[in-house]
Design a protein around this ligand. Structure first.
Ligand code: NAD
Length: 541
């Protein structure tokens, strides 16, 4: 293929490739494609996998970011409609539409300016902003597959690239800093006129989250002159692939199925995010060691309504024991008969085991005692209040062996993962009813299914499931569930499963909202890391 002199010229004009070997330049030039872009030409779209990088010959490119990821249409839906509306518009209207729908975060200009290159080295990197031409622009485009084929074809090319990368890092690209400043100051790159703000990206937003948070944040801002809190909402879950969406935010707000592992934490920290506000008590998906290593503040809502969770545990027990869903379905079908399939047992006089007598466990203990049941407990720390109320602490093995009903109320930790596993099954009392409102990982689902089939476990009430992340808080009713264990559980007559709703009462949601806002405020007021009142990073390992 003839190598275009123009392509070679533009490569030599870049800071990245100016001193690359002729061989690499020739290889790159042979794959560069020229685009004479009109105003509004979309090169890369926010939220999609980046599949190319661009070199500007003349004109300007602009990076924009949708500033409201609205939960009503969903972030994806909104992006899709934004994209299609741009395509259907007359060219003159395109830039006006971008201005209306998105925040302009920075402008890319200058002959030989490269954008998006590093993302082409990493697999599956998603764009945190849309890149379009501002006015007409002459742009050279290199597709990721071509670029990677060239790099893979000769090891020396990688050394060339590393050399170029070192130069680029020394000279320093201003774009990320500009982007941060623009977003933090509400689009004013010089910082003037901008109130002091705390910008937060709220991940895994469902309708109840924004319905609770939006008025609460509005009320907070009305009563605070010192700073304003700006929370943007996305239905995306936090994880290594979506952490880049938090560019320009100081804090992220997460829920039980968001993942903040070491990779995610590294990306967040590089983007300048230094706080995770977990709007839940449990934080087993947050790598607190990595958080400590990256100097991140992580705060949670330690208690919102322990009553909500304990009471839901009892609701599950009664649904399993008295077959209330089955009975109600039959009656709705005008079947008013009774048969052995509906028979339950009195809780009064039974032995009820509670594993984990913390805030929720203790409330549960009091309710159980109200039934007139015998209460036996296991915890690594025994509670005097539970003993005084009438509970007896025993070893874990004794609680397993004696309980007619067994509640799991301890957190998910390495030591508690798969507490119910195959080797434990023979140690349980035959016919036990198991209730888990804590975390799905406490139970090995395959072992649970074996226990149900063998009759060792007569029924199970679960508000949590070990692989719930892919399914819970989403509507799967018109889609095929791929998880065989979940399908098996849904088909089991002895299983009552709710989708992580034990916390979901008015009182609990109000408390989650107010404490999360207080947690963000405390962070803004300088209570960082171990000093934060609701810190959940341990001091040492
Ligand atoms: P907590 O920290 O007050 O109590 C946990 C108790 O478990 C403590 O007493 C602790 O000593 C004990 N424990 C720790 N390791 C143990 C072990 N190996 N064996 C037995 N006990 C052990 O927590 P909490 O507020 O009572 O919440 C309990 C759990 O409930 C949370 O960790 C969370 O995962 C879950 N939760 C679920 C929902 C929901 O909506 N389903 C809502 C809130 C909390």
């Amino acid at each position: 293929m003839a190598i275009s002199e123009e392509a070679l010229k533009i490569l030599k004009a870049t800071s990245w490739f100016a001193s690359s070997s002729d061989e690499l330049l020739q290889a790159l030039a042979s794959k560069l494609k020229f685009v004479d872009a009109e105003d509004g030409h979309i090169f890369i779209e926010e939220g999609t996998i980046i599949d190319k990088f661009m070199i500007l010959e003349s004109g300007q490119l602009v990076r924009t970011k949708l500033h409201i990821l609205d939960e009503e249409s969903g972030a994806k839906g909104r992006r899709a409609s934004f994209r299609s509306s741009l395509r259907n518009m007359k060219r003159a209207e395109v830039s006006a539409s971008i201005k209306r729908n998105a925040v302009e975060v920075d402008t890319i200009e200058g002959h030989g300016r490269v954008t998006g290159l590093l993302h082409n080295i990493k697999d599956g990197s998603t764009a945190f902003a849309t890149v379009t031409s501002k006015g007409s622009a002459k742009v050279w485009v290199m597709h990721k597959t071509d670029f990677r084929d060239i790099l893979a074809s000769k090891p020396e090319f990688m050394f060339d690239l590393l050399g170029a990368m070192a130069t680029e890092l020394r000279t320093g690209s201003k774009s990320l800093r500009t982007l941060m400043t623009n977003l933090k100051t509400g689009g004013k790159s010089d910082g003037t006129d901008a109130k002091d703000t705390l910008r937060v990206l709220c991940y895994d937003t469902t309708s109840w989250v924004s319905e609770a948070f939006k008025p609460a944040v509005e009320a907070f801002n009305k009563s605070h002159d010192d700073f304003q809190m700006i929370i943007d909402y996305t239905s995306e879950r936090l994880g290594p692939q979506t952490a880049t969406y938090a560019a320009g935010y100081e804090a992220v707000c997460t829920f039980v199925n968001d993942t903040a592992d070491a990779d995610t934490m590294q990306t967040l920290s590089r983007l300048g995010v230094s706080m995770i506000a977990q709007r839940a008590a449990g934080f087993d998906r947050i790598d607190t060691k990595a958080a400590r290593a990256y100097g991140m503040t992580v705060a949670r809502v330690p208690a919102y309504s322990p009553y909500a969770v304990a009471e839901h545990g009892i609701a599950l027990l009664m649904a399993v024991n008295r077959k209330t869903s089955k009975a109600s379905n039959r009656v709705k079908m005008a079947n008013f008969t009774l048969d052995a399939g509906l028979m339950g047992m009195d809780i009064h006089g039974k032995t009820v085991g509670v594993m984990g007598t913390g805030k929720i466990g203790q409330i549960l203990c009091n309710i159980i005692l109200g039934f007139g049941a015998k209460l036996i407990c296991y915890d690594v720390f025994q509670s005097e209040a539970v003993k005084k109320a009438g509970g007896t602490y025993m070893s874990q093995g004794e609680v397993f062996a004696q309980s007619d009903i067994l509640f799991l109320m301890m957190p998910l930790l390495p030591a508690t993962k798969h507490t119910i596993n195959e080797s434990m099954l023979p140690k349980l009392k035959k016919g036990v009813i198991l209730i888990n409102t804590s975390r799905g990982g406490l139970i090995d689902t395959k072992a649970l299914l074996k226990g149900l089939h063998s009759g060792i476990i007569s029924g199970v009430g679960m508000d949590v499931y070990e692989n719930e992340q892919a399914y819970f808080f989403q509507d799967w009713s018109a889609k095929n569930i791929q998880d065989p264990d979940l399908l098996a559980l849904l088909g089991e007559p002895g299983v009552v499963l709710t989708a992580h709703q034990a916390f979901f009462t008015k009182e609990a949601v109000n408390k989650i909202t107010s404490t999360t806002i207080e947690n963000l405020e405390a962070f803004k007021m300088g209570k960082h890391r171990l000093e934060h009142p609701n810190n959940c990073i341990p001091k040492d390992d």
